[in-house]
Design a protein around this ligand. Sequence first.
Ligand SMILES: Cc1ncc(C[n+]2csc(CCOP(=O)(O)OP(=O)(O)O)c2C)c(N)n1
Length: 211
Amino acid sequence: MKIDAPSNKITKEDLVSFEQEIAAIFATGAIRAPVHLRAGREDALIKIFQEHNIGSDDYIFGYWDSHEMALLKGVPREELKKAIVDGKSISLCFPEYKVLCSGIVGSLMGTAVGVAWALKSQNKKGHAYIFCGDMSAETGIFHESVKYALNFDLPVTFIVCDNGVSVMTDTRATWGSQDPWFKGTKYEKKIIYFKYTNGYPHSGLGKLIKF
Ligand SMILES: Cc1ncc(C[n+]2csc(CCOP(=O)(O)OP(=O)(O)O)c2C)c(N)n1
């Protein structure tokens, strides 16, 4: 274990209570921007951070639902909370912790691959990890990025958190397949995949919040 791997200290309870705290603040109308809360994947995320010993040399890329990843990467709880209350939940960026997120489906995949290319070509320590959803993993840019990363053996891993839906659309029904496209392919080497059921709605709390 790297001694600086912050995930050593973050527990499932920390992740659950953080999302609950943000949910309670969001319900008051104090956050004038979208939030995407997640529950049900805490054990899977902690396992990934621990098994891969993700630490200060590594980069985390994520999307609109990245509170848990930011905590696991070492962003202090209060700093993260402030960014979310300030309306930055869907595009959290903490360059000093190497946490970079975007609210745009399909963005950042090329960026993560580019960072991995730079790490490798400059002989630097570190690895890029990009966390996305099951529908994001069906996009063309995901396929291209994984292909490039595999072919050039780049230090980047794609983590697909499959909650079965894209907002409220069934991902598998959309693509006419029970499995993600990469199942059984050589590209699986670059991908970590797990299923979960989200305990929250895709976005917000499932009720109108008045400001
Ligand atoms: C380019 C673009 N199109 C549409 C959206 C709206 N949008 C936000 S999240 C999302 C669903 C993505 O599904 P998935 O990748 O499975 O993510 P998850 O369910 O885990 O949030 C959509 C369509 C967006 N953010 N960006």
